[in-house]
Design a protein around this ligand. Structure first.
Ligand code: LLP
Length: 405
């Protein structure tokens, strides 16, 4: 039972809350499902990169999947061991590759032949051997939202099987590359097991054919993507997920790596926002709240559904249709459209659910609105894990450059 009202009073709104006990439960569920084999959960930092969230997962034993050197440094700062960090992403700068090599992370996930060449050059300059894995694009339709589907050839991610094979042979013959892993990730918010199993089978076959070439893949990275319940989605059970992956790996001795983001953090999170006022334009009712699309952009960007709860309203109250909108100067600034809510009043508290992944991390200062505070809940206590941004914070990088005359 979370005391939303008391927390809103203590920390003010808009506000993010994350239930760390929930994150622990999700982590343990996944780890438990894979216990029959060696596995490493590398949390996808992009989902929620608050240092305390990363630290919490690191203390549970997690590594991190990072997609920029900034995320690598966040993970290190939060206490993740370098040998549990992987660096993925379709485009990496030379200086990012170099820094990752200097920090001796577990491996770099490479997504093209051109990138492999850049990694080799950087490793040669440092006199090091770069541990790499190659992201294979298995050309599987994951049946999810097109913006978060990544495993089809029409998507920009990874390389096809033949290219991957060429790249592994090239890497094996290079003094500066050590091909230790293989990677696939077909999309996010996956609710169907079959496409994942199919992708895993394709990639496992590739691992077998590499073995014949004396290329020994030790890390089998199945990406992230496990879906969560925003509304009434049918979900993949971790046990079934693990069994499906195991069934594709016969004869292979690999460590299974995973990169879940949303599964671990999304439903730990709540976004608290207060009603400013209501208005009616013609027939259309609007509930205007103090949070906006700059704080939580998923409804605007993907038309994503996030359950909205009003605190302190009984079930028997009369409801009518409305849009819940923020103060940002965009028509796309909404949290929900045409939902049935009771009449609200100034300062009523709304809780937007499933706000622990891809919410705070995708926030911005648009309209010079400061990023909101973040609070961790756990063991019956609450603690601030990011303070609210001030106006001073927002102008800090510009104010010294005003013309003086
Ligand atoms: N690994 C790779 C290579 C990825 O690209 C992603 C997500 C993950 C792991 C983690 O996926 P997850 O387990 O969280 O589904 N902003 C969108 C989601 C973008 C996901 C990008 N990649 C949203 O709000 O739904």
């Amino acid at each position: 039972m979370i005391h939303f009202q008391a927390l809103a009073e203590k920390y003010d709104t808009p506000l993010y809350l994350y239930d760390f006990d929930y994150i622990t439960t999700q982590y343990n569920r996944l780890k438990e499902a894979f216990k029959a084999k060696k596995s490493l959960i590398c949390y996808a930092v992009k989902a929620n990169s608050n240092l305390s969230v990363i630290q919490h997962l690191a203390q549970l034993g997690a590594g991190c999947d990072c997609v920029s050197i900034g995320e690598v440094n966040r993970a290190l700062y939060a206490g993740v061991e370098n040998y549990k960090i992987i660096f993925s992403g379709v485009g990496k700068r030379d200086d990012e590759i170099r820094e990752a090599l200097e920090k001796d992370i577990l491996m770099i996930n490479v997504e093209s032949e051109a990138e492999l060449n850049r990694v080799e050059i950087q490793a040669a300059e440092l006199g090091k051997q770069a541990r790499i894995s190659i992201r294979v694009n298995p050309n599987i339709d994951p049946q999810t939202h097109p913006y978060i589907s990544t495993g089809l050839h029409e998507n920009k991610f990874g390389v096809d099987i033949d290219t991957a094979k060429r790249m592994y042979i090239f890497a094996k013959n290079s003094d500066f590359l050590d091909p230790v892993g293989i990677h696939f990730h077909i999309g996010s918010q996956l609710t169907q097991l079959e496409p994942i199993k199919e992708a895993s089978a394709i990639v496992a076959d590739l691992v077998r054919s590499l073995k014949v070439l004396d290329i020994d893949i030790r890390f089998f990275d199945i990406g992230g993507g496990l879906g969560i319940r925003y509304e009434d989605e049918e979900l993949i059970e971790p046990y079934d997920y693990a069994q499906a992956i195991f069934s594709t790996l016969t004869g292979l001795d690999v460590t299974i790596m995973m990169e879940p983001g949303r599964y671990l953090s999304a439903n730990s999170g709540y976004f608290l926002t207060r009603v400013l006022y209501e208005k009616v334009n013609g027939d259309k009712r609007f509930v205007i709240v103090d949070g906006g699309m700059n704080d939580l952009i998923r409804p605007s960007l993907y038309n994503a559904h996030h359950h909205i709860e009003i605190i302190g309203k009984g079930e028997d109250e009369e409801v009518s249709e409305c849009d819940v909108v923020g103060p940002v100067c965009e028509s796309g600034d909404f949290f929900a459209k045409n939902i049935a809510l009771p009449m609200t009043r100034h300062n009523d508290l709304l809780v937007i659910h499933s706000a622990g992944a891809y919410c705070a991390t995708m926030s911005s200062n648009y309209n010079t609105r400061g990023r909101v505070a973040e609070v961790a809940l756990g063991g019956g206590e609450d603690r601030l894990i990011r303070r609210r941004e001030t106006f001073e914070d927002m102008i800090a990088l510009e104010k010294d450059y005003l013309k003086k005359d």
